[in-house]
Design a binder for this molecule. Structure first.
Ligand code: NAP
Length: 254
């Protein structure tokens, strides 16, 4: 139930942001039992609608739906989440593309705060297609932000703590609540928390609060910079979606 509420919150935030900047948005909601055919038909409809510049399919999808097939059906020119293999491939080759929204948001944060990246060791926790893997490509590519030496960690990584302690820039995207603790972080490191978990709370009116993959209170004093949850990477993901949609409307990429 908490997961569903969390997804609804993501969607509501994206709708609100579109409204604030003057992008007309529509939400197509389906039951958990929706068929693959129905989803593919909806994607075809949006691909062919000339009034639609860009759209996303909000993940996660129900288990019976093949995510790759759904993502690959999106017209790459309208893929403002940047998940289509053509956009990922173009990103890898440093060609114009829609960058995956969360990594793109992180790149913008790094740039806005003038964080030095050249020659730095960037450790990324998590290798998902939507966050960890594209992040590793972006941080290691030539240019700024980039030129990092990147270590991409996952559930089979050995000596995780020792690797994290070597990080000048630590990006946590593993989906484990408050996994990164102070003893895993080097003094003055930059810590970027992608994680987002909705947990019950007596401190808020809603009865829930959001926490990340990093134990913020104990890690923050050691960092030169750290992103909070909420109010950090999540917001930047939405900014990136809006920017990609504007690029789509201007036909800047395709
Ligand atoms: P995901 O698909 O669940 O992938 C998690 C990754 O972490 C996998 O690569 C997994 O390794 C690795 N992992 C899991 N447990 C680990 C452990 N104990 N030690 C080392 N590695 C471990 O995650 P995701 O979709 O990238 O999302 C990650 C987090 O970011 C979630 O909390 C999600 O809600 C959040 N998120 C936030 C935003 C935003 O806008 N703020 C956007 C997207 C996601 P294996 O590959 O070996 O399984």
């Amino acid at each position: 139930m908490a997961k569903i509420l969390q997804v609804q919150t993501y969607i509501a935030s994206k709708e609100k942001a579109c409204h604030e900047v003057g992008i007309i948005s529509s939400v197509y909601r389906f039951d958990e039992t929706v068929s693959e055919i129905k989803l593919l038909e909806t994607i075809d409809f949006l691909n062919n609608d000339e009034d639609v510049d860009g759209f996303i399919v909000q993940l996660p999808l129900p288990k019976h739906i093949p995510v790759d097939k759904i993502i690959q059906r999106i017209n790459p020119a309208k893929d403002v989440d940047g998940f289509h293999p053509i956009n990922i491939g173009r990103m890898v080759l440093n060609l114009p593309s829609y960058l995956s929204a969360t990594p793109y948001g992180i790149m913008q944060l790094i740039e806005r705060y003038n964080i030095e990246t050249e020659g730095k060791h960037c450790v990324i926790l998590g290798r998902s297609n939507i966050v960890g893997t594209p992040m590793s490509i972006l941080m290691s590519r030539k240019g700024y932000p980039g030129n990092c030496t990147v270590t991409l960690c996952h559930s089979k990584t050995e000596n995780l703590k020792e690797i994290c302690l070597q990080a000048d820039i630590l990006i946590a995207a593993i989906g484990q609540q408050e996994f990164v603790t102070a003893d895993m972080v080097k003094q003055d490191a930059v810590v970027i928390d992608v994680g987002m978990h909705r947990i019950p709370s007596t401190e808020t009116k809603s009865g829930y609060k959001l926490i990340g993959d990093v134990k913020f209170d104990e890690v923050a004093p050691k960092c030169s910079y750290i992103t909070p949850v909420p109010g950090g990477v999540g917001l930047m993901t939405i900014v990136s979606l809006l920017k990609n949609t504007l690029k789509a409307a201007k036909k800047e990429i395709f």
